[in-house]
Design a protein around this ligand. Structure first.
Ligand SMILES: *Cc1c(COP(=O)(O)O)cnc(C)c1O
Ligand SMILES: *[C@@H]1O[C@H](CO)[C@@H](O)[C@H](O)[C@H]1NC(C)=O
Ligand SMILES: *[C@@H]1O[C@H](CO)[C@@H](O)[C@H](O)[C@H]1NC(C)=O
Ligand SMILES: CC(=O)N[C@H]1CO[C@H](CO)[C@@H](O)[C@@H]1O
Length: 437
């Protein structure tokens, strides 16, 4: 007994000190010894198709490979001033005040809420998927009185209920209407122009707060025209930057509200930002220099392509993806055409398949990253993100990968069917590269 244990221990010692090596078929993939970091180089690119974080364009990566700089030198404020002006263009606003905050989308939510509302304030918030659920949870934990309007996951926000709530609220107890423009969990896009119209119909003064994390820079978004009071996004979604910058834009009405809003806030207080804007130094605390250069490069790329062309590209990629889903004989999670999202498609799998297995296998076998089904739709859907720095042929690569994985997990898909449907559409609709006409 002891000798067996002893010899096992001696063998383990020899193997672990590499004095003896295991036969190759018993060796695991070499690890760095620092967790599960996968350092083996694979040829070509991987296929990152989660709906954020997305692929970073090479010029942006190059722009960020640089040393730190003194953010109090004259150079960084000068750069920031232009960045703030340019960032307004992605929100389609001239009157808004933007804030570039070292945070993620979640922090941007908190910035929007705590700067404009006081504890106990009533909000109307739509629950249509995981991201709206998380935002509602945040609103509740921050002490607001949240009036939740729930719809089945796969449907858009129920705006008829909003209308009836506003109609009944003659005392104007509703302080804000909070909505996720594009619900990343289910691939549903809400109609913001309609929300504005309903608010105006009832002459209701509630603030209009919009999570545009997976829409701004990819879907049509018009802050001024739609009378949005606070719009926000995160750097790692359609802007195609690394994670770490929350971009929030406040209307003059929201800035006014921030002067009396009583929610506790320190890190996110717009007042501190505005103070430094007025001083011309711009930063209440240290910004990420690399992200600022990255943002500069990302905006340059977006403007060079043209924001409208960027939106059209997303429309094209969204449509092509849905055509592939249809050709596979699978269902879109999004229930009605009017809600189809051009940045993410959630695909419903048959009950005998676990969608998480699809995601696992795609990564293990094809180095393809797909989005998991979240919460209520876990195991039932997987998601294809098609936003940000992405083109037609890349998407076709992803669709081909999905087909192979579907076959791997026992779904009777005809290989090439989705790719054929998508490419037939793309072949008819992809424009010439403007500089090469
Ligand atoms: C990703 C996402 C968020 C959360 O952003 P984080 O950067 O992960 O905090 C919020 N809302 C939507 C719609 C998103 O897609
Ligand atoms: C998988 O993708 C990652 C991320 O892009 C890449 O670094 C790696 O080399 C790829 N690995 C394999 C085995 O293809
Ligand atoms: C999915 O979307 C496509 C493209 O818009 C549509 O033609 C198709 O009918 C949808 N499929 C289902 C099952 O809803
Ligand atoms: C129902 C709905 O609002 N659909 C919208 C989805 O988003 C696109 C782009 O923003 C709009 O054109 C649609 O009207």
């Amino acid at each position: 007994m002891y000798t067996r244990r002893l010899s096992a221990f001696a063998f383990w010692l020899l193997v672990s000190t590499r004095l003896v090596s295991l036969p190759s078929f018993l060796q695991k993939t070499p690890r760095t010894g620092r967790g599960e970091m996968d350092y083996v180089y694979g040829p070509g690119k991987n296929h990152l198709f989660v709906p954020g974080p997305v692929n970073i364009p090479d010029p942006v990566i190059r722009a960020m490979t640089r040393n730190n700089e003194d953010y109090r030198s004259p150079a960084i404020p000068a750069m920031t001033k232009i960045l703030l002006e340019d960032v307004k263009k992605i929100f389609k606003t001239t009157s808004g005040t933007p804030f570039l905050i070292p945070t993620t989308g979640t922090g941007a939510w908190e910035s929007a809420l705590t700067n404009t509302l006081s504890p106990g304030d009533r909000t109307v918030s739509f629950l249509i998927g995981q991201f709206s659920l998380l935002w509602i949870d945040q609103q509740q934990r921050l002490g607001f009185n949240v009036d939740v309007v729930e719809s089945e996951w796969g449907q858009g926000a129920n705006l008829d209920i909003l209308a009836s709530k506003l109609a009944a609220d003659t005392a104007h107890t509703i302080k804000a209407v909070c909505i996720v423009h594009n619900e990343t969990a289910t691939g549903v896009t809400n109609n913001l122009a309609k929300v504005r119209k309903i608010l105006d119909n009832y002459g209701h003064p509630a603030l209009f707060l919009v999570d545009g994390v997976s829409s701004i820079c990819a879907l049509d978004f018009r802050m001024d025209e739609w009378g949005v009071d606070v719009a926000l996004t995160g750097s790692q979604k359609a802007l195609s930057l690394p994670t770490g910058m929350g971009i929030v834009c406040a209307s003059p009405k929201a800035i006014e509200a921030s002067k009396t809003a009583k929610s506790y806030r320190v890190f996110f207080d717009w007042k501190d930002y505005i103070k430094f804007y007025n001083l011309g130094t711009f930063w209440p605390y240290t910004p990420s220099i690399q992200l600022l250069y990255g943002l500069r490069a990302a905006l340059d790329l977006l403007f060079e392509e043209g924001l409208d062309n960027v939106i059209e590209r997303h429309t094209r990629l969204g449509k092509a993806t849905r055509l592939a889903v249809e050709a596979w004989g699978l269902k879109n999670c999004t229930q009605k055409e009017e809600w189809f999202s051009d940045t993410v498609t959630a695909v419903v799998v048959p009950p005998y398949i676990d969608s998480s297995e699809i995601v696992r296998r795609a990564w293990k076998r094809y180095n393809l990253s797909l989005g998991l089904g979240l919460n209520k739709v876990a195991g039932k859907v997987f998601r294809i993100g098609h936003l940000g720095n992405l083109n037609e042929l890349q998407l076709l690569g992803c669709l081909a990968g999905v087909e192979m994985v579907l076959k791997d997990v026992g779904y009777p898909v005809k290989l090439g069917s989705g790719v054929a449907a998508a490419s037939a559409f793309l072949q008819n609709n992809t424009p010439m590269i403007p500089s090469r006409i």
